[in-house]
Design a protein around this ligand. Structure first.
Ligand code: BG6
Length: 461
């Protein structure tokens, strides 16, 4: 059933400005929400007008289209409640602002350390009755804290009213991984250890921590993007076929896969920190927090046993791009022996997951024109990005308001991914300094199979 109100905790923050208000503006523009109270809640000394300005700036700066009419409608729905997240009286004020809404959605865009406090107060004030709650990642700091948090949230909201956001799951390109795999039969026969030599997933960002030093100090790349976005992506690439496209079937298959992932050990991880990170505001002068991480993951399943899954993510890299490459074994015999040495580097499927390009490519070799039987690398390439693509947050907020859980993470899934990284969160080699604009520490090469290389985004030949 559709929610009849939305409360944004942390409405004055960065996430609200960059992602949530632009998404709400799009939902209004497309007619998906109308005439619904949207209450911004935060501790800053703001009023409704200041919040509207904050929303307007965010929409103009970060949104895809600006539509004055949609903005005016959204502005009319917005009100601001100033409150203290820890003070029960603030939740009474919130109730008044909700003016009798029966099925509100509470969106927690606040630091994770406040999740339990806000949820408890929603429970004791009676605000939680009939409501849904949306929780931003990271959900906990490790396996133990995720379990405790799940317990705290489940004591107030039933599982079907809890929406754990991982915005990667709302991305068009990430959904296409699932679609492309299971809507075509050509991949299935080769999608296993008999044919696949390795899988590589790279999430590179050319920028640093962009003023989020304090946040990053508590998190680091492993917690920020690997435990959630990147393991969820691997989940879609490597899981078995779900029995249907309902959320439960997909979540069940992904959870099975997460449970088959071998917990990472210090040997499986290389950590890096870009030079200059320690000068960021809020960063300790002797910080060991990683801004780059590379891991070698093993999946102990019938399908994937022995196939290395190589994941790397970093800030201050040469480019901003996320790409997944499934590389197949080399042909057993070099029939066309005169071909050059990268003969083998052309058997792959490549998924470019953004941000500027969303595509699927099949890397192959084809005869080069001429008298000789010489080849050249080519890609059969499909660009899947549409002109009016729905942003991940727009899709996920729309789904949460409608009560659709398909694209949200489950308690078991979140705990299973924490279990994969749990040991190396605390037990790891020190972060190695790397030059901003480079591909991170050279020692990440030690994770690769013999004679292999890390692929840069783009065709890999
Ligand atoms: C967020 C991380 O979850 O994802 C950020 O906290 C990261 O550090 C961002 O930059 C990347 O998201 P996207 O959608 O831009 O790839």
């Amino acid at each position: 059933m559709q929610s009849d109100a939305l409360v944004l905790f942390g409405a004055t923050g960065d996430l609200a400005k960059k992602k949530l208000f632009p998404a709400l503006h799009e939902l209004v523009r497309r007619g998906k929400i109308h005439d619904m109270p949207i209450v911004g809640f935060a501790s800053s000394d703001w009023d409704t007008e200041t919040l509207r300005q904050h929303a307007l700036e965010g929409i103009k700066q970060y949104g895809s289209h600006f539509d004055q009419d949609a903005y005016d409608k959204l502005a009319q729905m917005l009100t601001y409640v100033r409150g203290d997240y820890r003070d029960p009286a603030s939740y009474e004020a919130l109730k008044t602002a909700l003016a009798g809404a029966e099925r509100p959605t509470f969106y927690l865009a606040v630091p994770p350390s406040l999740f339990a406090t806000v949820v408890e107060n929603l429970g004791s004030s009676g605000c939680a009755l009939g409501a849904r709650v949306v929780l931003e990642k990271p959900f906990g700091r490790d396996l133990q804290s995720a379990r405790e948090l799940n317990k705290a949230v489940l004591s107030v909201f039933p599982e079907e009213s809890i929406f754990r956001i991982d915005h990667y799951l709302g991305k068009e390109a990430v959904q296409n991984l699932l679609y492309f795999r299971f809507a075509n039969s050509i991949l299935e026969p080769v999608w296993n250890r008999n044919y696949v030599r390795s899988v590589q997933l790279t999430m590179a960002e050319s920028f640093g921590v962009q003023g989020r030093g304090r946040f990053y100090e508590e998190v680091g790349a492993l917690r920020d993007v690997v435990q959630n976005h990147l393991l969820q992506t691997i989940g879609l690439v490597a899981m078995e076929a779900p029995s249907g496209i309902d959320g439960e079937s997909i979540r069940d298959e992904k959870e099975q896969l997460f449970r088959a992932m071998r917990p990472l050990t210090p040997d499986d991880i290389v950590r890096g920190q870009f030079r200059g990170y320690r000068d960021e505001e809020g960063v300790a002068p002797d910080s060991d927090v990683e801004t780059f991480v590379a891991v070698r993951l093993s999946i102990d399943s019938w399908r994937w046993s022995g196939v290395p899954f190589l994941i790397r993510a970093g800030k201050s890299m040469p480019v901003t791009a996320t790409q997944l490459v499934v590389e197949f074994h080399r042909p057993p015999v070099r029939v066309f022996a005169r071909d050059d040495d990268d003969y083998h580097r052309t058997n792959y499927v490549r998924f470019r997951l953004g941000p500027d390009e969303v595509s699927v490519a099949l890397g192959a070799r084809s005869k080069a024109p001429g008298d000789d039987l010489r080849g050249q690398p080519v890609e059969l390439f499909v660009c899947t990005e549409g002109p009016d693509e729905v942003d991940a947050y727009e899709r996920l907020i729309g789904d949460a308001l409608a009560g659709q859980r398909l694209l949200f993470a489950s308690q078991q899934g979140v705990e299973a991914t924490w279990a994969v990284v749990d040991d190396v969160l605390y037990n790891h080699p020190p972060a190695i300094e790397y030059e901003p604009g480079s591909w991170g520490p050279k020692s990440a090469d030690r994770l690769l199979p013999p004679n292999d290389i890390w692929h840069e985004p783009g065709p890999i030949f």
